[in-house]
Design a protein around this ligand. Sequence first.
Ligand SMILES: C[S@@+](CC[C@H](N)C(=O)[O-])C[C@H]1O[C@@H](n2cnc3c(N)ncnc32)[C@H](O)[C@@H]1O
Length: 251
Amino acid sequence: MATQGICPHQSLLYRKLACCYDPLFKKSLAGRIEQAIRSLHIRRGSQVLDVGIGTGHYLAAYPGHANVVGVDLSKDMLDIAAREIEMQGWRHIALKQMNALDLQFAANTFDYVMGFHTASVVDDPQRLMEEMVRVCKPGGTIVIINYFRTQNPWLAPLVDVVSSFTELLGWQTQVKYDDLFENPQIRVQDRYKTSSWSLFTIVVSQKLGRADIHDSQSQNEIRANRADRHTTCTNRFNHSSNQTKSGRSLT
Ligand SMILES: C[S@@+](CC[C@H](N)C(=O)[O-])C[C@H]1O[C@@H](n2cnc3c(N)ncnc32)[C@H](O)[C@@H]1O
C-alpha cells in the first residue's frame, strides 16, 4: 500500500526535513509512546527491537537494564537519534539502518518488538507485522501504536479528505486493525487509547508458542462446533415449533 507512488520513507519529512520531525510531532506523540513503554515494565536483560524508530525522541523511556535495537530506513532520522544517544551516554541502545519489511534478524530473537506510528508509513503494513512477529520470541510482546481506519461511516469520508494531506508526509490512513491483528500466531492482550479523543490506538499482543497456537485453534474449533450445534438446535427447535404451530412441516 504505497501512498500515491511515494515510497513513504522517501518522504522529505524523513530525509531533508528530518530535523523538523521532533519540533513538529514530539509533543503530540512522545507522551503516548513513553506511557506505553513504561506500562510494560520491561524485564532486566530483555532484548527489545523498535522498528521505524525515527529520531527516537522517546528513547529515555526505555530502561537502562534492557538491550534496545532501533532500526529505520532513513539515515537522516537515525543520525538525530544517534546524536541524542551519544549525548546521553546510553550504552544500552544501538541503531541500525534497515528495512523493517525485511528484518536482518533471526526468528525468535526479541522479547519485545515495538512499532510506533510505523505501520502507516511502510509500503506494506501486513508484511511489517509478519516480520515483527517472526523476530519476536514465543511468549514475547509486540506493541503497535497506530491510527487504524475508522469504521464510522460518517468519519471515513472526512479522513479520506485529510489523507491527501497526510500522504504528503508519507502517512496513509487506510491501515485496517484486522489486517494486522487477525493473525493466529498472536493474541491481543490489551487495546486502548490514552484519551477518548485520541486518533491513535495502542495494541499490546503476545506471540504464541506452538502449543498455544494449537490450543487457541482448538478453542476456536470448539467455539465453532458449539456455534454449529447451537444453530442446529435452534433450527431443530424452530423446525419443531413451526410444525407444532402450524401442525405441518414448513420445510
Ligand atoms: C512516523 S515515523 C515514526 C517514528 C517514531 N517511531 C515515532 O513514533 O515518532 C515513521 C518512521 O518509519 C521509518 N520507515 C518508513 N518505512 C520504513 C521501512 N520500510 N523500514 C524501516 N523504517 C521505515 C521512517 O523513516 C520514519 O522514521
